[in-house]
Write a protein that binds this ligand. Sequence first.
Ligand SMILES: [Zn+2]
Length: 227
Amino acid sequence: MITPLAYFTLFVVGIWAYQNNPTFHERTDTVVLRLENYVRQLSGQNTTSKQETSQSQTSTIDESGGGGRWVKNSTTIYIAIQNQTLKNALEDAISQWNNTGAFTFHITNDKDKATVIASTMDDSSNQAAGLTQMSLDETTGHFVSGKLYLNRAYLLNPTYGYSYQRIVNTAEHELGHVIGLDHDSATSVMQPAGSNYTIQPIDIQNVQKLYSQDTASNKASSTVASN
Ligand SMILES: [Zn+2]
């Protein structure tokens, strides 16, 4: 019960921080927070009321956040991950997205030059294999920064049986959120169950569609159409 509340608190604290920082408040109105529930799918029958609580709070936050995209189809990412398996998986996932040509992640070794920070968390109580938190300027519909987390407690715990490929898929899914993709129930890396699929043609098409538009106001209708 503690962890969903902790993330909700983080979200509220985040809003508070923006409201009390006039400079940042001008730029950033909304935080899009996505707490993944992959592990819930893995544990299957082991669904408890605790997981339901996590699910409903995540949905609430997602709805308040809405969508978003970067100004251009590229961003700069700093990888603050020590574990070699997770670091390799994220780098492979970045290469996979870059190979699509639809979006480019530039890896930087200078944290100050990065707009996206990728790191790990170690939380066995939140049922989340990954977490993406995007700051969005609602007046333009553009992201201003983002944070991506891979959860060591699940991805590296043999109990949950994550193969290396499924860790890469999880990283690709989280990067999809960083790009601006929503969940997709089709055969897609963005399936909410997560980690079963790598990047699919429909995912590339959705990114191309998202970044072929000039204004944020067109985005909502296009996203609905792509589902
Ligand atoms: Zn997701």
